[in-house]
Design a protein around this ligand. Sequence first.
Ligand code: PEP
Ligand code: MG
Length: 592
Amino acid sequence: MNNHENGASGEFILTGISGSPGICIGKAYLVDREGVDVVEKYFVGQHEIKSEINRFKNAVKKASTELSTIIDGVPEELRDNTYILETHLLLHKDKMLYDKAIEIIKKDHVNAEWALKKATSRAVRMFKQITDPYLGARAADIEHVSDRIMRQLAGIDEVNISGIDKRVILVATHLTPAETSQIQLNRIMGFITDHGGKASHTSIVARSLDIPAVLGLETATSVIKNDDFIIVDGNQGIVIVNPSEETLLDYTELRRRYAIRRADIIRSGELPAQSADGILFSVMGNIELPEEIVGVRDNGGDGIGLFRTEFLYIARNDFPSEEELYEQYRETVELMAPHPVTIRTLDINGDKEIPSLPTPHEANPALGLRAIRFCLKKPEIFTTQLRAILRAAAHGTVRLLLPMISGCEEISESIRLIDSAAESLEKEGLQYNRDIQIGIMIEVPSAAILADAMAEMVDFFSIGTNDLVQYTLAIDRGNPHVAHLYNAMHPAVIRLIRHIVDCAKAKNKPTYICGEMAADPINLPVILGLGIEELSMAPQSIPEIKNMIRRISVADTGRLMVDVLKKNTVSEIHELIKNRFGDMLYSEIYAR
Ligand code: PEP
Ligand code: MG
């Protein structure tokens, strides 16, 4: 991070990574989500035991009151969702937690925090041993409840994002994708974090909410105070703290111009993405929730190229039923008809853990039990989703997309489960459609290398460059310390994509791209030159990319690629793009 101070005005600039474009100006609101990390153990004398138990009981009482107030504040129309909180309320006095903690204080003569920690880990361990996912999910509930009591014992107030009642800019060490997806747009203008990178799921959610975000600032939470006036420039990835009057005026003008330009581009979103030499491309939208379809339609998307279904599992403490999933998918498919909807099966873990089934600790979650690996290990959870997808496919054009495939067996095993889901639906006399396209995400180098074999097994490829770049270059997509090395224009990535497209073409299969790479105009000449037929991205990026496609000649991009493939560094490749497409591209990029 770069920290540049202008002594005269007290203004200083923090440099991070652009998470989501746009400019917002307002007051900082610090979110302390660190909670209580370190629990100290100390002994309490015999004569202090009674008061230690009372301290514990008081904390439980306060935690319960706090939770009841939150429940009472939930608007009537959202009351259906409070049952999880009500379960937590009951757990405050649960024998395993409440009675056990008191027993430990008495028996071991230890402080309340330590006793609670011990009681919690014992209960969590017990629940985690249960293989039933619904009961297993109780472990997460116990942890939430214990956290709340622990904060009371330590005297730390919880910051409840959904409870923020003024228009602010969030400043946090990090926000999880689930927390980000709960941001209320009428309250939160934008957010900045110490951790996170451009391709992290948190910034993906920010882009889909269409709010400016700067991530990876490293020290934002230490140097910014509550109510500090800040400017978030999501276009350049910088934050200006305590801006001078002059800076404020400049930025107010910049924000106005940016809004006008966005409005112009959005108006052109409906026009087809036909290149200057007449080749028609599909530009689709990536969504996390069915509500985002409006954004795809308003921005002129030609369909849904990626429906990240895990978000329907993340914001809750149990698993959705087949019926719920079916309703959600059917709604999406019907709203998007006649355009296709590409439903990606559950891609959880990595940086998207679901509360209903916390996984055991993994040293490297990105290389762990993620996505298809999780689904094949939990066929009952996978089958529920597959049945819902096949049923929704009876109502429009559905493509099924399998994430994080790394070997051919995963494809054959998945197809076997899809077939058996179809058979069971047939037997039960439910309406479904098995005649759908099945594709795989190419996001692991082994899949790219085996693309020729895999192309024979599926109907299409969709390249997930967020992960493909991460796994090919060995760069954690959410780690700010290596974010400067994360680049989709790396020659190794480009050559890998060339190989994937060539293998698919040889088997007459199309290749699409749905990673964030597709939304950055600077990459566009290379993407078109590589022979990608369809691009999918956050809905707000669709009009801009369509606009640029209309100005590019695909024949020119083909010529560009001959030279790009001879280059060995990112900077040489950028230089080439700049020389050939600079006039057009850079005027667009810098106008952002
Ligand atoms: C990708 O990896 O590029 C992708 C689109 O999937 P996700 O970002 O959800 O991992
Ligand atoms: Mg991915």
